[in-house]
Design a protein around this ligand. Structure first.
Ligand code: LRH
Ligand code: MN
Ligand code: MN
Length: 406
């Protein structure tokens, strides 16, 4: 790609009324958190394929995540999942991350892999199990404090498989009581990000099944609690960007777990199935950044962008890089929306012109822009090519097979 390609792009965007200096600044400000579990061996309920070179522990997961940051420049933090990432010394984990030029991001409690939680964790009718679950939540607040993280991401597998199995209303109250205890233990600058999912592993009802239930829970808890949207957690056909716009309007959008899906909660590479959906999510976010209400704009500015994907068949580090690049690409495209033109079309009630203002940005090729931005950021113009040529995959092959399974 030559300077000529960028010059041509600049001219085209000037004609469209787009100020590329602002676009570049916004792109440079993007931060995408990657998940520790995305570097581990993962599978389906049918089979987990063991790959060569998979990290054997959380320290090595951080080393792989640092590679993603090194080549993309936009992934300075890594989410951890406890106990998948349980270590004896969290200060040492923090120090290891820092030595690699990254930090620890959201701390995810795990309340779904213990036999005690078969019939629920924070919603279990047995108070001793609810106590155990709450203690784990409190432990995660403490871990967040030690590693210097401000975000706690909560997802509950709690639900039932059969009608009549449990008292749905009581379970809501029990969940609230447990979360309130955690909420009160959190520092004022910490955030509780509440994730929802409509089914799986529970097949009849899930206690936090949709954004409305998560939103209601967050509202009841208070300002430190916000909603986390995992793009794979909705029934097919759901308009996710509408949910995003609504939550932003309510100043309650905490963050994202980006991934792609075709049918279920597939956790595929971000942007691999429906890139237009991701673009439209960014359109809503950029629109909210321009909101006259400073509270809405502030919400848009503090969104935690996280990837939550698992790699069953693909190479993990390149798959993560692909996802990050796809996020960057769709943000870049959304930044090419001429919001003045869009606003005018909306005011004229010109449906086709408004739709065109949005779609025409999606149709632009942002390759020259992204190459220029990366060069200015001091990272390779083609991060994937640079990673593949770096020799890192060959180096970690020495780890052999049989790495961490989460
Ligand atoms: C649940 C989920 C949640 C978990 C992660 C491993 O499907 O999206 O975020 O913590 O997967
Ligand atoms: Mn998730
Ligand atoms: Mn999921």
């Amino acid at each position: 790609m030559s300077d000529r390609a960028y010059q041509l792009f600049e001219e085209q965007q000037k004609e469209r009324g787009i100020d590329l200096a602002q676009v570049k600044e916004r792109l440079k400000a993007l931060k995408v958190e990657t998940p520790s579990w995305g570097y581990a061996d993962q599978g389906t309920r049918f089979k987990t394929f063991q790959k060569v070179g998979v990290p054997r522990n959380t320290f090595e997961k951080l080393e792989d995540a640092a590679q993603v940051h090194k080549f993309t420049g936009v992934c300075p933090t890594v989410a951890v999942h406890i106990p998948w990432d349980k270590v004896s010394d969290y200060s040492a984990l923090k120090a290891h991350a820092e030595s690699l030029g990254i930090g620890i991001g959201a701390v995810n409690p795990n309340l779904f892999q213990d036999d005690d939680y078969m019939l629920g964790s924070v919603t279990n009718s047995n108070p001793a199990i609810r106590r155990k679950a709450t203690e784990h939540l409190l432990e995660c607040v403490e871990i967040a404090r030690t590693v210097g993280s401000k975000d706690l991401s909560l997802w509950f597998a709690d639900g039932t498989n059969y009608p009549g199995q449990a008292d749905i209303r009581k379970r809501v109250v029990w969940m609230y009581e447990c979360l309130k205890e955690m909420y009160d233990a959190m520092d004022d600058d910490m955030r509780m990000l509440i994730e929802y999912k409509f089914y799986e592993p529970a097949f009849y009802h899930t206690d936090l099944a949709d954004w409305g239930m998560a939103f209601n829970m967050a509202n009841k808890l208070g300002p430190k609690a916000e909603v986390l949207v995992d793009t794979g957690h909705h029934p097919m056909g759901t308009n996710i960007e509408h949910i995003v716009a609504y939550l932003l309007g309510e100043k309650k959008l905490g963050g994202f777990h980006f991934n792609s899906r075709k049918y279920g909660d597939d956790d595929l590479i971000v942007g691999s199935i429906n890139p237009y959906e991701l673009f439209l999510i960014f359109y809503q976010i950029l629109d909210a950044e321009r909101d006259a209400d400073p509270g809405v704009a502030a919400n848009a500015a503090r969104i935690a962008y996280m990837i939550d994907q698992s790699h069953n068949i693909e190479e993990k580090i390149p798959a993560m890089i692909r996802s990050v690049l796809n996020v960057q690409t769709q943000l870049a495209k959304a930044l090419l929306i001429n919001f003045d033109e869009l606003r005018e079309a909306q005011e004229r009630q010109d449906v086709l012109a408004a739709e065109n203002a949005v779609r025409s940005a999606f149709e632009c090729d942002v390759t020259p822009l992204l190459r220029a931005v990366r060069e200015e950021m001091g990272v390779p113009a083609d991060p994937m090519k640079a990673y593949l040529a770096s020799g890192y995959a060959e180096k970690i092959a020495a780890r052999g097979k049989g790495g961490a399974s989460w």
